[in-house]
Design a protein around this ligand. Structure first.
Ligand code: ZN
Length: 177
């Protein structure tokens, strides 16, 4: 297992549409190594989600894990380590919600983004089984943020108000209640 370097905004891989992961290679040794590396990297950087393009691998793979529930996003519920292979998202309902988002590829920064509040994610899990899960609230935002990485998008693309784009310290000082 190896901690990978998270590539930062400006790296061309972050702007590419990632390829679907070959279904017949799910659960192969190479797949398991890649997923373990993503997990190690997520832990090392202290994130809650990571998409493969963020370590320079242009495949449609996302991992999410909330282990330490005290985060720069406030107190969050624990989420066990989860792997999403070739996910698709459908928006369920018209409600939107806004949250401050951070990204390991834009270190030290936070930005306020509004997104659909309730989504349905269809994907394969790490054993290659089909999975279909609804997410709401902040988790819906987390998932859409990660899914955007697979489409070559970053959260800054979705910001409407750059007054609410801030370094972490200024966010903590001026933008939290
Ligand atoms: Zn990100």
């Amino acid at each position: 297992m190896t901690i990978q370097t998270v590539v930062r905004m400006g790296h061309p891989t972050l702007r590419q549409v990632a390829k679907p992961y070959p279904v017949d290679e799910i659960d192969s040794p190479a797949f398991r190594t890649l997923i373990q590396n993503m997990r190690e990297t997520l832990h090392a950087y202290g994130g809650i989600g990571l998409a493969a393009p963020q370590i320079g691998v242009s495949y449609q793979l996302v991992v999410i894990e909330i282990e330490n529930t005290t985060t720069r996003y406030g107190e969050l519920d624990q989420i066990p380590f989860s792997v999403f292979v070739n996910p698709t998202i459908s928006v369920v309902g018209e409600a939107t919600a806004g949250y401050w988002e951070g990204c390991l590829s834009l270190p030290g920064l936070m930005g306020y983004v509004e997104r659909p509040q309730l989504i349905l994610v269809n994907c394969l899990d790490e054993a290659g089984n089909s999975s279909s899960v609804e997410y709401d609230g902040f988790l819906a935002t987390v998932f859409q943020h990660e899914f955007d990485h697979l489409m070559g998008k970053l959260y800054v693309d979705r910001m409407k108000d750059l007054d609410r784009f801030s370094f972490d310290e200024e966010y903590m000082e001026y933008h939290t209640n």
